[in-house]
Design a protein around this ligand. Sequence first.
Ligand code: GSH
Length: 309
Amino acid sequence: MPEIILHHYPLSPFSEKVRVTLGLKGLAWRSVDIAPLPPRPLLEPLTGGYRRVPVLQIGADIYCDTNIILPALERLYPAPSLYPAGSEGVARGLAFAWERAMWVPTIGILSHFIGDQLPPEFIKDRKEGYLGFDMSKTAMAPELHLHRQRVAAQYAWLKVALADGRKFIFGDAPSALDLACYQTIFLLRKNCPAEVDAMAGHDGPLVPWFDRIGTIGHGKPEPMSAEGAMAAARDATPAAVTHIQPDGDPGGLRAGASVTVTPDDNARVPVSGMLVAASDSEIVIRRSDPQAGDLHVHFPRLGFDVVAA
Ligand SMILES: N[C@@H](CCC(=O)N[C@@H](CS)C(=O)NCC(=O)O)C(=O)O
């Protein structure tokens, strides 16, 4: 199998979820450091315009969004599982719910501590190309009390879940849900002064749980240039899709149909391609790019709109 390549940047918390997944599975991987804001001229041809981070690449297969990256790594490298103790459905659903509910309030708290240190071009990019709102400290301050409440209320149920002293949410082994909860907390604890813990409610059983996940590590990364990743795509052919069906789209779209796939929350850039296979939880489209050649681009269904083009 071609190498695992992760396009990411160190402070990206969604990327941290994938890095810890690679650590949990003990995998060797190639690390492509990308700019924290566009342009990303050697990444966009691989994704077809999807602008968020991280992106996982295995040869000419490109995986956009952690909600497809984690299931793909689980399918290709099943042990140890990201879904211990029969937790797959609950872990996938609650991870999605946590990240959706937590993202904006977490940014509200982050902005309170470091929003006035962010470069204006970063604030502008996030407003115009990603979040759709101004994440500067001044703009977010009026709702800080609400963001704080929302974050604390989510941490509260997680503390109840961990209160009996279990190591992870489902018992002795970490799951994709632990990693999703971890990543939003990582964003705050990595970037803010220690007072953030009191504001968000990072106390009690969250403390050893967070530290435990922090010791999992990132597996075995080796740096790779963006040019190297492009060459790896060009030199590979997309893997045959056998785990989902050409006519598996629940809306009746068939293999060969022209479709667009667009995030339904933020950075809503449509990616166009030809449907290769689909299910109610995944979609694979085929694209050809002058630099990268033929690609399969994989998306989760949760959080994306698929329509005939
Ligand atoms: N649902 C996506 C969310 C990814 C996301 O929002 N990533 C952030 C960085 S952690 C991002 O793309 N920020 C804008 C950017 O880097 O261009 C996923 O699970 O991968």
